[in-house]
Write a protein that binds this ligand. Structure first.
Ligand code: SAM
Ligand code: SF4
Ligand code: FES
Length: 353
């Protein structure tokens, strides 16, 4: 069976050609199940049974960009906007620590209100108050800003390139440039952050060929963390009448990426859990090893609406913490203790130092 040959190669070499990736993306039935099983085995062998939790703090719903798919886009006049102040962000980080989180992810729209000095000060204060790893997910900034945030103590940076298809990129990101985004990702890596990137699955017009290129680009960028998730149409965006991405295709992408990048961290994303009530469980069973529950107050959760129907929107942070732990245990896994640094990053550092 051809699929077995490809999977055995991926298992031993962690490398595949574009055609082989496309073959796996098109797999169905038993072949697809075999792909998932191989990915689960590689996950177990390389990153073990620990599932690390990241406490997500969505601190501003303002955005100067206009990405076609996103509910926070500046042209969405119906979006509810809020900004959390410095002390409030630090308080939520402390609360996350008390709930057992050892990483907080500071995420927002691209909001210039949070100047270099403001972000610097937020990072410093959190680091002073609590012993957590800090991941930033605040979009494109200048080299100097990324450098300053790293000096303040930020450990990781998440920024998807969204799609490697230049035409689609231009179409869905007015006023932005693919080249700039990639340059930012290279800067982030050169500054010693743990780098996280990835893409959306199911953007209108995206093909299997595009997805194979997306997977290869994550590989080329040597990502320590891989954030991928299905596109979900938002009613107040230009893509409102299009179809959502496929859960199955997302799971195939997760599996292939786990085979290619065995020691990187891969989350089972909220978008996956939104499209399928068992989406996060399915992700964890085919290569994922991270979950990112929201730790914000309900009043903010409701307003950070990237797409409709987001899970956990009415649950408070303590409830999610308990819920996610029982999900993890029900899968025969356990909640990871400590920072849960990417092994991919750890091993590279050990080689270079
Ligand atoms: N503004 C920053 C950025 O774009 O990198 C960080 C926040 S942004 C809301 C985080 C991610 O949300 C984006 O990378 C995008 O892939 C995802 N996202 C936005 N709209 C979405 C939608 N309609 N469906 C699924 N994911 C979406
Ligand atoms: Fe802004 Fe990020 Fe949404 Fe694009 S994806 S509109 S940059 S919040
Ligand atoms: Fe939020 Fe289950 S993780 S309710």
């Amino acid at each position: 069976m051809k699929v077995k040959e490809i999977l055995d190669k991926a298992y031993s070499e962690h490398h595949l050609t574009k055609d082989e990736i496309k073959f796996l993306l098109n797999s169905e039935g038993e072949e697809k199940e075999l792909l998932f099983a191989y990915a689960d085995r590689v996950r177990k062998e390389y990153v073990g049974d620990d599932v690390y939790l990241r406490g997500l703090i969505e601190f501003s719903s303002y955005c100067k960009n206009d990405c076609f798919y996103c509910g926070l886009r500046r042209s969405n006049k119906e979006a509810q906007r809020y900004r959390m102040q410095e002390d409030e962000i630090v308080e939520v980080a402390k609360r996350a620590y008390d709930m057992g989180y050892r990483t907080v992810v500071l995420q927002s729209g691209e909001d210039p209100y949070y100047t270099k000095d403001r972000v610097y000060s937020i990072i410093k204060k959190i680091k002073k108050e609590v012993d957590v790893a800090i991941t930033l997910s605040i979009g494109e900034r200048s080299y100097e800003e990324y450098k300053a945030f790293r000096e303040a103590g930020a450990d990781r940076y998440l920024m998807r390139f969204e799609t490697s298809n230049r035409e689609l990129y231009q179409k869905y990101h007015p006023g932005m440039s693919f080249e700039n985004r990639i340059e930012c990702l290279r800067w982030i890596k050169s500054l010693g952050y743990e780098l996280g990137t990835g893409f959306l699955i199911g953007l209108p017009g995206q093909t299997i060929d595009d997805l194979a290129n997306d997977i290869l680009l994550v590989y080329e960028l040597d990502s320590d963390m891989i954030g991928i998730g299905p596109f979900i149409p938002h009613p107040h965006t230009p893509l409102k009448d299009t179809e959502a991405g496929s859960v199955d295709l997302t799971l195939k992408c997760i599996s292939i990426l786990r085979l290619l990048m065995p020691d990187s961290n891969i989350p089972a994303t909220t978008a996956l859990g939104t499209l399928d009530p068992l989406g996060r469980q399915k992700g964890l069973k085919c290569g994922a090893n991270i979950v990112m529950p929201n730790v914000n107050d309900l009043k903010y959760k409701l307003k950070y609406e990237l797409y409709p129907g987001k899970i956990c929107i009415n649950e408070d942070a303590t409830k999610c913490r308990g819920c996610i732990e029982s999900i993890i245990i029900s899968l025969g896994r356990k909640v990871g203790q400590g920072f849960g640094q990417s092994r991919h990053y750890e091993l590279k550092k050990a080689v270079y130092n």
